[in-house]
Write a protein that binds this ligand. Structure first.
Ligand code: SF4
Ligand code: ZN
Length: 323
């Protein structure tokens, strides 16, 4: 059994890419040091912040909430709230909502829950059915991602957030990066990064990923050490997404060639930097709902019109929507 590189006690985690192992106590310290370093490096927070943590009820976002609550206790100018988006996914969301409420209450974090049903006009399950009926070419995760991002921004802003924290980790980020490359979606690639939504587009709450440089496995170890490992339930749509396969292949590569994930992240940051300058357009607002948009109308409004969840205004031609 591996021994902790710091104190020699039995290790709970081996960081292959670093050639080191850690016991629970030293893992926690090492984890905390690296997250704080990430926060400093990308200048994620100021002295006074109203922090809203986007929580899905899964381990990553619960870990982000736990971590931010702990950290905020050391910073007098910070307040922390949580926001959960209920997409309306049967057999999955109700269980994670239960977990979320339990932990938020235990950690004494105020929270808000916003649902697709009330805010968008239908649950994700309904949206997926409608999409099939209308023969729209989207996977469930595509609707889910667009509407979730839209709601997180709008509701966090309404909650008075100065910054929105998400639980995205290193694995999530490089998966999204490679997915955008494979789909030739360079615009979206330019919008990746540890901090987004900073003043380029008015109306966006600044979004930060505190686990940007932390692999998924280590977030799992963090939640186990702190005893809040949530009940494992998988979204029934997860396996239909491209991300599912990609995740598997990247993990195989990392196993065989430790350090691969960090190298991909470094490439992402370099490419993004050079793209940023010419890819960001003028800040715009959706002409229908007023939320930030890259075109005349935001993607959430486009999808709602395509799904028949919203009447198009007279001046708008639905056929113009890029499918
Ligand atoms: Fe939404 Fe897809 Fe995640 Fe399920 S797996 S919650 S559908 S993004
Ligand atoms: Zn809109």
């Amino acid at each position: 059994m591996a021994k902790c590189s710091v104190c020699g006690k039995p290790a709970v985690y081996v960081a292959k890419y670093e050639g080191k192992a850690y016991c629970a106590e030293h893992f926690d310290k090492w984890f905390d040091r690296r997250v704080r370093k990430t926060i400093r490096k990308y200048r994620m927070f100021g002295k006074r912040e109203h922090i809203v943590v986007a929580v899905s009820g899964g381990k990553d976002s619960l870990a982000a909430l736990h971590y931010m609550k702990r950290l905020s206790e050391r910073v007098p100018g910070w307040t922390v709230e949580a926001l959960l988006i209920d997409e309306g996914i049967q057999g999955y969301r109700p269980i994670t909502v239960k977990d979320f409420k339990r932990w938020a209450e235990e950690w004494e974090v105020p929270y808000k829950i916003a649902s697709f049903k009330e805010e968008i006009g239908a649950t994700l399950d309904k949206i997926v059915m409608k999409g099939h009926e209308l023969c729209l070419p989207y996977q469930p995760c595509s609707y889910c991602g667009v509407f979730r991002r839209y709601l997180l921004n709008r509701v966090a802003r309404e909650m008075g957030a100065t910054v929105l924290v998400t639980g995205h980790n290193l694995d999530d980020e490089i998966q999204t990066f490679l997915m955008n490359i494979m789909r030739h979606d360079v615009d979206r690639l330019a919008r990746l990064g540890p901090v987004t939504g900073v003043s380029e587009h008015d109306g966006f709450v600044r979004r930060v990923k505190i686990f940007y440089e932390i692999p998924e496995k280590e977030v799992v170890v963090y939640s186990m050490i702190h005893g809040f490992f949530p009940e494992f339930v998988e979204c029934p749509y997860a396996r239909l997404g491209f991300r599912w396969d990609l995740r598997h292949y990247i993990n195989l590569l990392e196993e065989k060639y430790p350090g691969t994930k960090y190298m991909i992240l470094k490439s992402l940051l370099d490419i993004k930097e050079s793209l940023k300058k010419d890819r960001y357009g003028e800040p715009r607002r959706c002409k229908i709902c007023g939320e930030p948009a890259t075109g005349e109308v935001c993607r959430a409004c486009e999808l709602r019109m395509l799904l028949g969840l919203m009447e198009p205004p007279e001046w708008f031609d639905v056929k113009k929507i890029k499918i």
